[in-house]
Design a protein around this ligand. Structure first.
Ligand code: NAP
Length: 291
């Protein structure tokens, strides 16, 4: 029987996961198809329920549902529960288990691809959605010195700061964690003095209404910082283009995408992910995905 893994989100046109996940499944000659299930919010519960059917092995979950699906699965592993977001679901005999592979994927790309050690650094996260939650916990575990979360909806940043602060206090960490309003004077000040900026908003994402937008202006990008954009399509977003033009180090979301996908692959198939094949297929999918 052919089995299926899906990616659930809305919109999905920009997604590269089908290309590189299918390449990894084909490498092992598995009779598994990776499908796109573009899902509108009102049918999300029924689509998640559909994953319980025996032919469905599981799913990736992407924008904007990573936090919502946490409440639609039967069990959540400890990291996903801590983060409050699920990006990987596995169907175990009709029971849905939720995992989060974004946090380890984010840190791995930061350390291995950008050669950036987060220890004792000052970081600013732009956004407070599902991805920002994973990045916030990953940076706390990476022992940053301070963490500022700026979000358009301030209460959402404050809620994330509350969770991060509780985590830090429980572990006797002295990391300063603050919430900032989007784009005000405090926002500009935090950006000016930080060493790592992580864009966790979809600004700049291909096929979105915000495709041409950047969360920062060229003038506000501080010299000496690393600018890490979680958006992976296009490879060079408007933010990364500006940062590169002012001579600042940049990291695209593509390595994180492949690393988080590799961890998901292992959860579904119990096999080591063929990373080289996945990276090659992700780059090919990116080229094909160009208009
Ligand atoms: P999400 O849960 O929907 O959160 C989106 C965040 O972006 C929210 O904080 C939202 O603010 C903010 N935002 C949306 N539109 C905005 C705008 N016009 N101006 C300012 N802020 C805006 O999405 P997510 O799952 O966190 O994903 C965010 C991005 O990260 C997506 O582009 C996704 O593809 C990317 N991502 C990449 C990887 C990777 O492996 N590279 C992994 C995960 C996610 P409000 O709270 O005010 O709505």
């Amino acid at each position: 029987m052919t089995q299926y893994i899906s990616i659930i989100g809305y919109p999905l046109k920009h997604s590269l996961s089908p290309g590189f996940q299918q390449a990894a499944l084909d490498y092992y000659q598995l009779d598994i198809r990776y499908e796109m299930w573009e899902t509108e919010a009102e049918v999300l519960p029924s689509e998640i329920n559909r994953l319980r059917q025996p032919q469905n092995l599981g799913a990736n979950v992407t924008v904007p549902y990573k936090e919502t699906v946490l409440h639609l699965v039967d069990e959540v592993d400890s990291l996903a529960s801590l983060i409050g977001a699920v990006n990987t679901i596995v169907n175990r005999d009709g029971k849905l288990m939720g995992f989060n592979t974004d946090a380890p994927g984010f840190l791995r790309a930061l350390r291995e691809n950008a050669k950036f050690a987060p220890e004792n650094k000052r970081a600013v996260i732009l956004g407070a959605g599902g991805a920002a939650r994973a990045v916030g916990f990953a940076l706390l575990q990476g022992k940053v010195n301070s963490l500022a979360i700026a979000n358009r909806t301030l209460v959402r940043a404050e809620a994330l700061v509350d969770s991060l602060t509780k985590y830090a206090i429980d572990r006797k960490m002295r990391t300063e964690v603050i919430a900032l309003p989007w784009q005000g004077s405090k926002f500009r000040e935090a950006i000016e003095h930080c060493q790592l900026i992580v864009n966790c908003t979809p600004l700049g994402m291909k096929y979105s209404s915000q495709e041409e937008q950047s969360p920062l202006s060229t003038a506000s990008i501080p010299k000496g910082a690393l600018v890490y954009d979680l958006v992976y399509n296009p490879l060079e977003t408007p933010l990364l283009k500006m940062a590169r033009e002012v001579g600042v180090s940049v990291l695209s979301g593509l390595p994180m995408l492949v690393y988080q996908g590799a961890d998901s692959f292992k959860i579904w198939t119990h096999r080591e992910a063929p990373l080289d094949i996945m990276f090659r297929a992700a780059r090919e999918a990116l080229l094909k995905n160009r208009r």
